[in-house]
Design a protein around this ligand. Structure first.
Ligand SMILES: [Fe+2]
Ligand SMILES: [Fe+2]
Length: 253
């Protein structure tokens, strides 16, 4: 991977300094004397399943960061990714502790497993994986956290999510700064291919999620709407880093 111009390197160095100063502890900074508090309208199994998916997402992102570390030379970008790897491992650990109180980690959803597997194998080497993880996967985690918080007013989970969201905001900022610079050096064709690949990955994951879920039309409508909003959100984020549909994709619209 390439080294950055001075301005980008300085912004990344500031981000790494913030990340270092913002490290928190999975044991000391959460009030573990509290227990999960679940409202009557959700079952323990449903909450366990939903939070387990967040846990699996964090574990996969930590793995992607460790893979990137082996490819990045010394510098601010590497520092940011090393700190992100520590953040993601801590997030996974905190969710695991929460899940321990609900009966342990539930298996990964099949759709999530194939989406994460696909995300790790993108075009343009690690850049593809970074686009998929930093923009789409992390964006989804934040959306999912918000949705869960809306339906699950648990003070312990609220405290966990507040700390995690602070770290995630830095990861999103890192992705935006680093990828804008790195993607600008690709040809327009390669950028369009990358966009098409992420779009297809998203579409496949959404369709299989819809296919597997409830047959109730009202539930399906809510889910379809939620997924549609997700893509609009990711599309805007992709545009901000310089990824837009190629002419072929535009013609298909
Ligand atoms: Fe995370
Ligand atoms: Fe993250």
């Amino acid at each position: 991977m390439t080294s950055q111009p001075r301005e980008t390197a300085e912004r990344l160095a500031r981000l790494a300094a913030n990340a270092r100063a913002g490290q928190w502890s999975a044991t000391g900074d959460i009030d573990w004397r509290r227990e999960p508090s679940l409202p009557f309208w959700v079952t323990r199994a449903q909450v366990r399943h939903a939070i387990s998916q967040l846990h699996h997402g964090e574990t996969a992102t930590a793995r992607m960061c460790r893979r990137l570390l082996s490819e990045l030379g010394a510098g601010a970008a590497r520092d940011c990714v090393a700190l992100q790897a520590a953040d993601e491992a801590r997030h996974a650990e905190v969710y695991r502790r929460y899940l321990d109180r609900l009966g342990g980690i539930a298996p990964m959803d099949g759709n999530l497993a194939s989406a994460l597997e696909g995300a790790a194998e993108g075009p343009a080497g690690s850049l593809g994986a970074m686009v998929a993880f930093n923009v789409v996967v992390e964006g989804e985690v934040l959306r999912l956290q918000d949705t869960i918080a809306e339906f699950l007013p648990c003070p312990l989970l609220k405290q966990i999510n507040r700390l995690i969201a602070r770290d995630e905001a830095r990861h999103v900022a890192f992705g935006r700064i680093y990828l804008t610079e790195a993607l600008a050096s690709l040809s327009p064709d390669s950028r369009a291919r990358l966009y098409d690949w992420v779009r297809a990955l998203w579409q496949e994951a959404s369709e299989s999620t819809l296919a597997k879920r409830s047959r109730n039309p009202a539930v399906r409508r809510v889910l379809r709407n939620w997924l549609g909003k997700g893509w609009s959100h990711h599309e805007a984020a992709l545009k901000r880093i310089g990824l837009t549909p190629g002419p072929a994709a535009e013609r298909r619209k």
